[in-house]
Design a protein around this ligand. Structure first.
Ligand SMILES: [Zn+2]
Length: 211
């Protein structure tokens, strides 16, 4: 199992500024048990160890391992794993530039070619209160076409076939938001087309392959 990866990438999320305080959460799928392992609720990432992680049965939603309460966003993570069997890891943050777009209810447009790794743009899942089944449904709906999305008035979700990939995409979404924020201030309205982004995907397929 890769619980140590959760700790590694959680600390990296704090170091990189993508997560502050106890916001955000990280999980991985455990395909052998049909569980997911997720970060706990209300434990600082600096002090978190593998002992604090919580295992949840994906079918029933019942806790299987761990002394802590699971993250409040457990229903959202579980909904994504149930809906998308190829997804092995999920990172959720409130990273500031991306959350500015989320707070404004605006998608991150295709102003930089690296958005191709996520989709044709970064969509916004309509608002639902944190920790709810409804939020899980809204998010899984938009993730049918992308590897990352914004949660309206809330934050960011990134998924991947590995935790390293999900982490990289969470980082990429924040970068794209920052660049787009500046580009929009400068006044550009010209976006990359679906054809241009498809061309990018075919050219850098290996570069973006599972890390
Ligand atoms: Zn959140």
């Amino acid at each position: 199992m890769k619980q140590s990866e959760i700790i590694h990438f959680s600390k990296k999320l704090v170091e990189s500024g993508l997560i502050t305080g106890t916001s955000g959460n990280v999980s991985i799928r455990d395909p052998e048990e049909n569980w997911m392992w997720i970060t706990p609720s209300a434990v600082s990432y600096e002090q978190m160890s593998e002992m604090d992680l919580v295992a949840i049965d994906l079918t029933t939603g019942v806790k299987q391992r761990g002394r802590r309460d699971p993250s409040s966003e457990t229903p959202m993570h579980r909904a994504i794993y149930l809906e998308k069997p190829e997804i092995q890891a999920i990172v959720h943050t409130h990273s500031p530039y991306a959350t500015m777009f989320a707070a404004a209810g605006k998608e991150i447009p295709a102003l930089h070619y690296l958005v191709a790794d996520l989709g044709d743009y970064v969509p916004v899942a309509p608002y639902a209160i944190f920790g709810s089944e409804e939020l899980g449904q809204q998010v899984t709906a938009v993730l049918r076409e992308t590897n990352g999305a914004l949660l309206e008035h809330h934050g960011v979700i990134a998924v991947g076939e590995t935790l390293a990939t999900a982490y990289r995409r969470a980082e990429l979404i924040e970068y794209l938001a920052k660049v787009s924020f500046g580009a929009l201030l400068l006044g550009t309205g010209k976006q990359l087309t679906h054809e241009q982004l498809t061309e990018v995907r075919s050219k850098i397929g290996n570069y973006f392959s599972k890390s």
